[in-house]
Design a protein around this ligand. Structure first.
Ligand SMILES: C[S@@+](CC[C@H](N)C(=O)[O-])C[C@H]1O[C@@H](n2cnc3c(N)ncnc32)[C@H](O)[C@@H]1O
Length: 334
């Protein structure tokens, strides 16, 4: 069944549609397993094994983070030098805040926004289509894109080379790929008074590695994109203060939001990774989180979270057409 979300309904409705892709899903995508009072993406996408919740609480924090990303980047939805792109793809769209804002500002464009969790509002602009897709599996869109965007899927991606390769193959020549990712916390920014925070971070990163992912991926996308054949590859690093320690009033406000969001998200980020992956009890985790919260509120440490944006362009001479199909065929054989 090919699916398209229909705007204008107050509950999630998907219709058969053969215009955009041949993604196969069923109603199980709405069956969210519950653990410790939080819900997670459907077991239909068990392979994706995304470690963070998808419930209202997580969605509220995600919406707040959308504004934080905008404030940190001078209100820019993207850093790539786009010129009225027609076909746009947003990978791991979540609540689709970014995709909705992009669609509103670019009425000339058609945006496809995909995620393993169909949590997006049904009240979306008419030029935005939300679909269910595990972005680490083979994409089957019947079109190439002028711009592909990914934000905040850190700690979820197992095979970044394949992800970047699919993006390359699904772009028009001269199309842009952009990925924006935080690094949980930089060890260099953690002061000696951060013993519990360090313990949390070492375990968190260890658990992410244990699941087969790289918590430091943001730093590596530039290299991965260049190896794939992208040109004009560039990384922009912004520092999100965690707390109200900056003197600059704008940064102070941003830092307060950044810290509040991190504190409120901490339990959700940690539950699956600490209990399932590392075998901690819920009680052990809560004790550590209590100490971590206290340390995070100490403004003397002046902590911040680095946010990486990596952009790259598919060269104009890059092959298109049949090569996409051949490449996808090869991918299926991997
Ligand atoms: C933190 S949210 C970010 C949402 C959005 N990109 C943003 O920046 O506001 C991460 C999203 O990635 C999605 N995700 C994780 N792994 C995925 C995968 N393999 N395929 C599709 N979506 C995935 C999750 O379901 C979640 O909605």
């Amino acid at each position: 069944m090919d699916l398209e979300r229909t705007p204008g309904h107050d509950s999630a409705v998907y219709l058969e549609n053969d215009r955009l892709s041949t993604i196969t899903v069923d109603s199980d995508v709405f069956a969210y397993p519950e653990e410790y009072g939080r819900t997670y993406h459907s077991l239909q996408f068990e392979e994706a094994n995304h470690p963070f919740p998808n419930d209202e609480e997580a969605q509220d924090l995600e919406r707040e983070r959308h504004q934080i990303y905008l404030d940190l980047h001078d209100d820019k939805l993207y850093l790539a030098p786009l010129r009225e792109p027609q076909d746009v793809l947003d990978l791991g769209t979540g609540t689709a805040e970014w995709a909705i804002a992009f669609a509103d500002k670019n009425p000339q464009a058609t945006i496809i926004a995909v995620d393993i969790s169909p949590i997006q509002t049904t009240w979306v602009p008419p030029n935005l289509l939300c679909q269910v897709l595990d972005i680490e599996r083979t994409w089957d869109f019947n079109r190439l894109f002028h711009y592909i965007h990914v934000r905040d899927v850190n700690c979820s991606i197992y095979r970044p080379e394949i992800l970047v390769g699919q993006a390359f193959q699904h772009l028009h020549p001269e199309g842009w790929f952009e990925i924006q990712e935080p690094i949980s916390l930089d060890m260099q920014n953690i002061s000696p008074s951060s013993g519990y925070l360090t313990e949390w971070l070492v375990n968190f990163n260890g658990a992410v590695r244990h699941t087969g992912r790289d918590p430091d991926l943001a730093r590596k996308y530039e290299d991965i994109m260049m190896k794939q054949g992208f040109v004009r590859v560039k990384t922009v690093i912004k520092h999100l203060p965690l707390g109200w320690w900056p003197l600059d009033p704008k940064l102070k406000k941003l830092g307060a939001s950044g810290l509040r969001n991190f504190l409120n998200g901490l339990e959700g980020f940690s539950l699956r990774l600490f209990t399932q992956t590392l075998g901690w009890t819920r009680g052990e985790l809560e004790v550590l989180l209590g100490h971590v919260r206290t340390e995070l509120k100490d403004m003397k440490a002046q902590r911040y979270m680095p946010i990486y944006t990596v952009i790259g362009q598919k060269p104009s001479e890059a092959a298109v057409g049949d090569s996409v199909l051949e490449w996808l065929h090869d991918l299926r054989d991997l």
